[in-house]
Design a protein around this ligand. Structure first.
Ligand code: OOG
Ligand code: MG
Length: 251
């Protein structure tokens, strides 16, 4: 199997499959990012537009659940945007996670980007919910598997309130995660690398090393603050943020 074949296979997956690393044991993280880039190329060739990027595995809750202790980057396209009120389309085994979301004003590229310079390049911060849907059975995968699978990305929804980042302390911004009326988890922005701007800086430095940048206007999901919860058909998941409003999704 080569990079193009792996990208095509993962993009075409509509039910649980075995991890790529089972048939490709020497798959490394760099090759996995090449697979991710090829999958993005194929998405763009079929008319999707790149709208930003996401970080994954930036909180301890997520790293511990997945058994992987390193963050990853993945791409977001317009086809992944879920407008408010639209039910989540049928997926393999979707899970929902609350995230802090940046919309960029300035271009940002490493090396040397700090949380402070990263935050200064942000236009607005929003609350959001990401719907992940790993193509791998039971969400069991290695870091290269997850990178190749574009970080399990499926859909994301951005909340109704966008604030200038200087107007609130994002390390203290809280999210309450609710499933069918019950609060099941809570976290603050500090769960994400100490401050979500640290995650943005990490992305800018990682992209800079690949000759890329975080571009103006891009949406950046900074990573699940809590563990993700299954989004069952007929159920309702909501994330309530302290200053950034609420997002409700139905499965
Ligand atoms: C990998 C994607 C992780 C996040 O926010 O941590 C992610 C996974 O958990 O399947 O999107
Ligand atoms: Mg996520």
């Amino acid at each position: 199997m080569n990079v193009r074949e792996a990208a095509t296979a993962l993009l075409g997956t509509t039910s649980e499959r075995s991890p790529l690393s089972e048939e490709w044991p020497e798959l490394d993280v760099d090759t996995a990012y090449a697979i991710q880039a090829e999958a993005l190329r194929q998405r763009r060739a079929r008319g999707e537009t790149l709208v930003g990027l996401k970080l994954g595995l930036t909180s301890r809750a997520k790293q511990e659940r997945m058994g992987i202790d390193a963050p990853l980057l993945a791409w977001l396209t317009d086809a992944m945007v879920l407008p408010a009120g639209v039910p989540v389309p049928r997926l393999i085994h979707p899970r929902a996670e609350p995230e802090l979301v940046f919309v960029m004003r300035d271009r940002l590229a490493g090396p040397g980007v700090t949380a402070a310079t990263a935050l200064a390049a942000v236009d607005r911060v929003y609350g959001g919910v990401e719907i992940i849907d790993s193509r791998y059975a039971d969400y069991r995968f290695t870091l290269p598997d997850a990178v190749a699978d574009n970080g399990s990305s499926a859909y994301f929804s951005v909340g109704p309130v966008g604030l200038p980042p200087a107007s609130l302390d994002l390390s203290l911004e809280a999210a309450l995660l609710e499933v069918d009326g019950q609060i099941v988890d809570t976290a603050t922005g500090a769960a994400v690398q100490g401050h979500p701007a640290e995650a943005l800086a990490l992305a800018a430095n990682a992209l800079g090393a690949r000759g890329l940048a975080v571009e103006p206007g891009w949406i950046v999901l900074t990573g699940g603050m809590t563990d993700a919860v299954p989004l069952r058909s007929g159920s309702r998941v909501a994330a309530h943020f302290s200053h950034l409003g609420s997002i409700t999704l139905s499965g």
